[in-house]
Design a protein around this ligand. Sequence first.
Ligand code: FAD
Length: 247
Amino acid sequence: MEVRLLEATEDPEQVICKGARNDYMSEFVGDQSFDEVMASIEGDSLEDKKETLIGHLLDHGHFGPFEHPQATFAIKGISRSCMAQITRHRHVSFDVQSMRYVSFDDVDPEDVREGELVVTPPSATDPDWVGRNQKTGSLGEEAAERREEVFNDAIENAVESYQELLDLGMPPEDARFVLPIGTEVNMVMSMNVRMLMHVADMRAAADAQWEIREMTETILDLAAEWCPITFEYYEEHMKNRKNRLAP
Ligand SMILES: Cc1cc2nc3c(=O)[nH]c(=O)nc-3n(C[C@H](O)[C@H](O)[C@H](O)COP(=O)(O)OP(=O)(O)OC[C@H]3O[C@@H](n4cnc5c(N)ncnc54)[C@H](O)[C@@H]3O)c2cc1C
């Protein structure tokens, strides 16, 4: 999996502050410099003032201003299972690679064993891996070896069947029905800062599956570089909140 920040609002925290200050100023925010907009906020420097205001907004649940800045991420090589989970978030915009361009036509099914084109969950190979809904503990090395074998055989069979169906004249868009849910996909997705915090609440949490959690943690790292005051506050005071319906 690879996650990159493709595009993002320039100076997101200035936009957040201007949006929020608009609510409590008699002057028109469009006519004011940023220094003027922030004049009444506590702090020695503009950075301090941004910290004061953003901390205050997050602390008081005033989340509207965080809907103004937006970021676009490019995601490479997640499973279709992870894609199904993240695309449940209705305020995120997506572009999803068509399966027509994930070509299994001429790959050697044995190569797929090496992790090409299908995501291999760590539990397929790690003898000590215990899933969040798993009732048993580790079943030992032998079970883990067999697990890897069964997993790889299933993938290989699926790819072979797909290729045979194509040879038998089935259209690719129908033959792909036999491909595994672990088949890799690339995605571009955009969301605003408020939504990013909501996605992180749900998908960077301990009960989220390892893959979407890994993706969300990487997004959070990129967000922390892009929008540092907000995501430092999020990390320190808000992450792992429980029972939130929305941010
Ligand atoms: C650990 C985990 C397990 C899950 N298991 C399942 C499962 O087994 N089956 C399953 O179907 N889903 C499952 N989900 C998905 C989950 O139920 C949500 O559909 C998904 O996370 C989208 O989040 P959201 O509901 O907050 O909506 P989002 O689309 O992210 O919207 C953000 C917020 O906007 C508001 N909102 C958006 N649309 C509406 C609306 N129409 N009406 C009212 N308020 C709205 C809500 O406050 C919502 O929280 C799981 C999620 C997690 C994290």
